[in-house]
Design a protein around this ligand. Structure first.
Ligand code: T46
Length: 141
């Protein structure tokens, strides 16, 4: 996996998660080490995000994450200190890998949307960079 220094937005990829269709519904299965390129140590989900609100606004030093819009949709703005790109997540069978060293903002949450996050590490407030200028400074070669 890419480190804080070397990671760029090009390393943040959409992962196709297997979708099995039955007569009545769909089911998506996620396996450690198969669809997800790291061992998952934590899972959390964001929901009830009020209209117009954003989440994120930080980067991680070591954390890898995969975000899935298991319900509804939202946009993820990725920023590696040099370039930015926006990815729309709107399918429960599509996950967005975000590597360390990427500033992320989550915006445009649709009503009732749920963002499931699969994470490589347990929660550690010291892994966060919450000051954008500090982030850009640390990304400089
Ligand atoms: C990310 C985006 C997509 C915990 O106590 N444990 C946890 O595992 C998490 C994720 C959060 N918290 C506490 C810390 C704060 O008091 O929950 C509160 C809200 O956390 P935060 O402001 O970091 O929430 P978001 O939605 O801005 O960011 C979260 C993740 O923290 C972050 O890693 O990439 O979702």
């Amino acid at each position: 996996m890419n480190s804080f220094d070397e990671s760029s937005i090009d390393h943040c990829l959409l992962i196709d998660l297997p979708k099995l269709s039955t007569l009545a519904s769909n089911i998506t299965i996620v396996n450690n080490g198969k669809e997800i390129p790291f061992a998952v140590h934590r899972v959390y989900y964001l929901y009830d995000v009020p209209g117009g609100e954003s989440r994120g606004g930080h980067a991680h030093k070591e954390l890898n994450q995969v975000l899935v819009a298991v319900c509804g949709s939202f946009d993820v703005i990725l920023d590696d200190g040099t370039r930015k790109k926006t990815i729309t997540l709107n399918k429960p069978s599509s996950g967005l890998l975000i590597t360390p060293g990427i500033w992320r903002n989550l915006i445009n949450f649709s009503s009732g949307s749920v963002c499931l996050v699969l994470v490589s590490h347990h929660y550690d407030p010291d892994d966060y960079i919450r000051d954008y200028m500090d982030f850009v400074y640390k990304k400089k070669p």
